[in-house]
Design a protein around this ligand. Structure first.
Ligand code: BG6
Length: 488
């Protein structure tokens, strides 16, 4: 099979941080079809050779194990080419068409790693240039728009020139092996399904915390914020994976139909829940791993009076028979105490306590699905401890933990998210991509939060970098009688 991959935004941050390293890994693993061309597209005036040299230099900042040797890079580089384009110029699309006509590949992937503001222009122009034939697949990076209306406008334009099965809306969290494992846990095993409901589960917590700040993306991030960057997509996709009904099969639409139902069942916001159940924060100066780090407002590209949130914690419910009344908490932020993504499923305690436990009262069991940095499962149970002083069993129950480490079991070098998703695009598999109706529903749900923040002059609460965010996030969950895992 032959493919052409046209990488719009070919000299940008995403291209060299994620896409090129993923393409190289697929090449190294022998999973990238050999008969492929990868053409970087950007405004810079570069020759093919200069582009290859640029990409090669970028690999120096990739972790050692994923860096190509000279020999590997020279073989990989044979696939790489470059085309200078002004994305608003029809003549430049004609030159692209010319380049593609040099051979007729089975699959043509147009990867839009550009600012979302350019998505509609590029899609319209590729159609005018006649490049939207059946062999074309378009990959759209998130965030797709900045609110419901802009998302719809993009989707309408894209769908007017391409069919839904040609459109790959990427959410790289869906490509993570740990998220695949969540689907496997729920739908490949019978063990938890009978317990996976309101009768047995007290609450579910989704945490995606990062130690990193906004890095070199200050200007982009300052007009985006954590709600659009992480909650509207990654966190809601995790919520769908944990809350959805079992799909009838593993086809893309069967999975996407079930995720859509979860998004449609999210409890609508009221003035009260918007004020009580959504906390936004912004990092102030602090320290991470003993190193002083600046405040968000001092980062390059950020407005010194910015009101943009770098942290969000919220509480919601899925209003259906399975989940009615069970709180789902989402928490995500930059410059937090640790890099950690996990989902915690807190079970209800036994209905009647005959033992005492070291914690106050009757504690429930806990299943922790670790997404990163470790990929694994922890099952927290209670067991009878031993009273060492008297050699007698105590009446106290002690917490014990069953620990499954998937990195150890399957090797930490499993196929990464971007590598997996890029190969899926080339193969035409849509399971791990987001459909337009899912995306619109997610925007519809976050929009009241954006509206409220627009009119709320109080702005985000400040938290010191290196902490777990504003204390209001702990107070919110404490009102329900629960705590975030690191605080319990
Ligand atoms: C991206 C966000 O989608 O996900 C970034 O735009 C964030 O702000 C990143 O840092 C986190 O991804 P990961 O895979 O490192 O958890």
């Amino acid at each position: 099979m032959s493919f052409d991959l046209i990488l719009f935004g070919g000299t940008g941050d995403l291209a060299w941080r994620k896409i090129m390293p993923a393409l190289f890994q697929a090449f190294r693993h022998g999973s990238l079809p050999a008969n492929g061309r990868i053409v970087g597209v950007a405004r810079d005036d570069l020759s093919d050779a200069q582009y290859r040299a640029l990409i090669k230099s970028r690999f120096d900042s990739v972790e050692l194990a994923k860096r190509p040797s000279e020999e590997e890079f020279s073989r990989f580089a044979q696939m790489l080419g470059y085309l200078r384009m002004d994305l608003s110029s029809p003549a430049d699309y004609a030159r692209l068409a010319e380049r593609l006509r040099q051979r007729s590949a089975d699959v043509v992937v147009m990867y839009l790693a550009t600012a979302p503001g350019l998505f509609t222009t590029v899609c319209e122009q590729i159609a005018i240039a006649g490049l939207n034939g059946a062999q074309t697949r378009v990959v759209l990076e998130k965030p797709l728009g900045h609110d419901l209306a802009s998302n719809r406008a993009i989707n309408e334009t894209v769908r007017s020139v391409l069919s839904e099965k040609q459109i790959f809306r990427i959410d790289h969290y869906l490509g993570k092996p740990s998220v695949q494992n969540l689907f496997a846990l729920r739908f490949g095993n019978a063990f938890f399904e009978p317990l996976w409901r309101r009768e047995h589960i007290a609450n579910i917590q989704i945490t995606i915390s990062e130690e990193l700040g906004v890095e070199k993306r200050g200007a982009f991030y300052d007009t985006t914020g954590a709600l659009r960057d992480m909650v509207q997509n990654h966190a809601l996709q995790l919520l769908c994976a944990v809350g959805m009904e079992p799909p009838i099969n593993s086809h893309a639409d069967a999975i996407r139909d079930e995720k859509l139902k979860v998004l449609r069942s999210l409890k609508p916001w009221t003035a009260e829940t918007l004020s009580q159940h959504v906390i936004r924060g912004q990092y102030a100066a602090g320290s991470i791993d003993g190193e002083a780090v600046p405040a968000y407002r001092s980062e390059a590209g950020v407005n010194p009076e910015s009101q943009t949130e770098t942290f969000v914690a919220l509480r919601t419910e899925i209003a259906n028979w399975r989940w009615a009344g069970v709180p789902f908490y989402i928490r995500t932020g930059k410059r937090l105490a640790d890099r950690d993504a996990h989902i915690e499923v807190n079970f209800r305690p036994t209905p009647h306590a005959i033992f005492q436990s070291p914690q106050s009262g009757n504690v429930g069991n806990r299943l922790v699905i670790n997404l990163q940095p470790r990929d694994g499962l922890e099952l927290h149970l209670l067991a009878q401890g031993a009273d060492k002083r008297h050699g007698r069993a105590t009446q106290y129950l002690e917490p014990v933990q069953l620990d499954l480490d998937f990195d150890k079991r399957f090797g930490a070098e499993r196929v990464g998210a971007y590598e997996r998703l890029l190969l899926d695009v080339i193969d035409g598999r849509l399971n791990l991509f987001v459909r337009s109706d899912e995306q619109e529903e997610a925007w519809r749900w976050v929009e009241p939060i954006l509206d409220r923040w627009r009119h709320d002059t109080a702005g985000p609460r400040h938290y010191a970098a290196g902490t777990w965010g504003p204390s209001a996030a702990s107070a919110m969950i404490a009102r329900d009688g629960y705590c975030w895992s690191e605080e319990c």
